[in-house]
Design a protein around this ligand. Structure first.
Ligand code: ADP
Ligand code: MG
Length: 625
């Protein structure tokens, strides 16, 4: 049989390898930014169009390349950064594989202009899918400008796999922020579709954090400094009361490289133990310096995971350093999460001194005076008591001074509703006849609403059910576009980071259809003058924060709809939670609204909203006994 093995042509090998390096536009951004840093640039600009799908350009003022190097840089395994395997253990550059440019050039149109300081003219190279189309001399400033256009032009499957612009730009911003945070001594600018997303001047670390995440961040930061033989820590953690629902502001940099480490993240969380609520996440921006020999950054192709020699020690140092900082800044004692509002002084009493209760006594009162009247006639069983006759005529004198209070109590009493009040007459009236009319609902452990139906019992998960109700309502508001909004007395200013604003921007129209009215949409803040009718002013920031967090966390799939995400997220933050007690009217309203839904059986997250137990099932349970 003839030999069948052959070497793959370079461009095919490059395309395959490119798949590992370049998953999405953000991967290109990361590689280009890192190359610019490795080139010693002091100023780096990132320019993107259509979330990087049309253009990604990085311009730096670094050391540039000679004409030969410029050409070589696109070859696989062409790198100026290591010469032997030993160099891997003393790395102080971001790149070292010599793969990025070769990979990018294999799957895009690349345009490179580069010039070294000592040269008069620079080099211009045009490559399309690994093929050099053009090379000539060019007038260009010192440094390198590399444009990547039509990413994945020759791999349509890859291109189609890209997510919406909103999602892709978020990934780009993530990469940009990580690189910019690790290098405050370099100035960065980011432009997207012609407008400036970030402009970060050279600054100290604190200012860099604030410039990226918004001016409001400043007051939230607690410095962390620790200097030990194995580990140096510097940076900031967020005060516990500013813990967020999302994990979007959690950064570890090890030797100036962004890394993900669930283990070290655990150490940070351990330091916050007891200080933040479950489901909230502390922000942190921490720089760790370790001996390059003690880590292996070669274990992950995209280099965000590294292996430490002595993880346990790092864990312990990190945890205690953060604990110490939080303690030193006196954060712990001011916390009071399970705050009971009943213990608060009502506003109108604040500042007033307390008054000793006074007792008024009617000195003329003699309890024995009319005694005969009340004791002499024993009451026959079953006979109704007529208080008016039996009570001493001057009984009211007992309550001198509290008369008015007494009458008020009476009227209050008439308003009290009894839990067993048969209010459920209209329950399911318009719905299915399967429901047993006239039965009251009952709340179990403030979590489930129990209702009887003709065939047995119904258990409803109150949170999931309410999510379904709100979700459908929200969707119909958004699609019909006629939600009612309530005007706020004073405009509400909310602060967000630039990337959070970017997310809100993509949802702005849908948010308006739910009833939000925005009067300003700025770089770091928004101003709201109207809210949906069922979102109170105090809930606005919770709703929006949840929304941003959902957009950041659940990377939406291909058939992602922003509208759907918005409706789900708002339903989630506004729904009645487990643990919340409901009046019988509320319970019934919930049951009625649920069964008026198009899909009452499941929550928007496709979780079961209710279960039933039939009489047969109940009977069967008793049969064996
Ligand atoms: P690596 O960064 O792993 O070395 P790359 O493919 O990213 O591999 O780059 C190949 C080489 O091209 C680098 O080693 C560097 O010498 C050169 N290079 C790439 N980008 C720049 C730049 N912006 N400025 C100067 N030299 C660059
Ligand atoms: Mg590189």
């Amino acid at each position: 049989m003839a030999d069948i093995i052959q070497l793959l042509p370079d461009h095919v090998a490059n395309q395959i390898a490119a798949g590992e390096v370049v998953q999405r536009p953000a991967s290109v951004v990361k590689e280009l930014l890192e190359n610019a840093i490795d080139a010693g640039a002091a100023h780096i600009s990132l320019i993107a169009k259509d979330a990087g799908k049309t253009l990604i350009q990085v311009v730096d003022n670094g050391k540039g390349m000679s004409a030969t190097d410029a050409r070589l840089s696109f070859e696989r395994h062409a790198t100026s950064k290591i010469k032997s395997a030993d160099d891997l253990f003393s790395l102080n550059t971001k790149g070292f594989r010599g793969e990025a440019l070769a990979s990018i050039a294999a799957i895009a149109h690349v345009d490179l202009k580069t010039k070294q300081d000592q040269d008069d003219l620079g080099t211009h190279i045009v490559i399309e899918g690994s093929t050099i189309k053009d090379q000539d001399l060019v007038v260009t400033p010192q440094g390198t400008s590399l444009s990547v256009k039509h990413l994945f032009f020759n791999i349509p499957a890859r291109r189609n796999f890209l997510k919406s612009d909103a999602v892709e730009i978020r990934h780009i911003i993530d990469e940009f922020q990580r690189v910019a945070l690790a290098h405050p001594s370099i100035a960065f600018v980011m432009m997207h579709n012609g407008s400036e997303s970030f402009n970060l001047p050279v600054s100290n670390y604190r200012q860099r954090v604030v410039n990226i995440f918004g001016s409001k961040t400043n007051e939230k930061l607690v410095p962390v400094e620790e200097d030990t033989e194995v580990l140096k820590i510097s940076g900031f953690v967020g005060k516990p009361e500013f813990a967020k629902r999302s994990k979007s502001e959690q950064f570890f940099f090890v030797n100036n490289r962004f890394i993900k480490s669930p283990y070290l993240n655990h150490a940070v969380n351990a330091a916050y133990e007891g200080l933040i609520k479950d489901g909230s996440h502390p922000s942190y921006y921490l720089n760790l310096k370790v001996d390059p020999k003690s880590i292996d950054i070669n274990i992950h192709p995209t280099k965000t995971e590294i292996k430490f020699d002595d993880e346990h020690t790092l864990y312990a140092i990190l945890r205690s350093a953060i604990k110490h900082s939080l303690g030193q800044f006196n954060i712990a004692p001011v916390l009071d999460f399970d705050h009971d509002p009943n213990l608060d002084t009502p506003y109108n009493f604040e500042g007033k001194s307390s008054v000793t209760p006074q007792v008024e006594v009617n000195r003329d009162f003699n309890p024995f005076k009319d005694e005969v009247m009340s004791t002499s006639t024993p009451r026959p069983a079953g006979q109704h008591i007529n208080f008016k006759k039996e009570v001493p005529s001057n009984w009211e004198s007992l309550y001198v001074g509290v008369e008015s209070k007494g009458t008020r109590q009476e009227s209050d009493f008439s308003e009290v509703q009894f839990e067993s009040e048969p209010e459920s007459q209209e329950l399911f009236e318009s719905g299915s006849s399967a429901f047993d009319v006239g039965q009251s609902t009952y709340q179990l452990h403030n979590k489930y609403v129990v209702s009887s139906i003709k065939s047995g019992v119904l258990f409803i998960d109150q949170n999931r059910a309410h999510r379904r109700v709100l979700y459908e309502k929200m969707l119909s508001h958004i699609t019909v576009q006629q939600a009612v909004s309530q005007q706020l007395l004073f405009p509400l200013q909310l602060h967000f980071s630039a990337s959070e604003i970017e997310i809100l921007q993509t949802l702005k129209q849908d948010l308006e259809h739910t009833g939000f009215v925005f009067s300003k949409f700025e770089d770091e803040s928004i101003e709201i003058t109207g809210t949906p009718i069922n979102v109170s002013e105090s809930e606005v920031s919770i709703v929006l924060e949840q929304l941003i967090s959902d957009m950041q966390q659940d990377i939406p799939d291909v058939n992602f709809s922003a509208t759907d995400m918005l409706a789900k997220s708002m339903a989630k933050s506004m729904a009645i939670k487990g643990g919340q007690s409901l009046s019988s009217v509320e319970q019934e309203h919930l049951v009625n609204s649920l069964f008026a839904c198009k899909e009452p059986n499941v929550s928007p997250e496709q979780k079961t909203t209710f279960i039933t137990m039939t009489l047969d099932e109940l009977d069967r349970k008793f049969i064996t006994f």
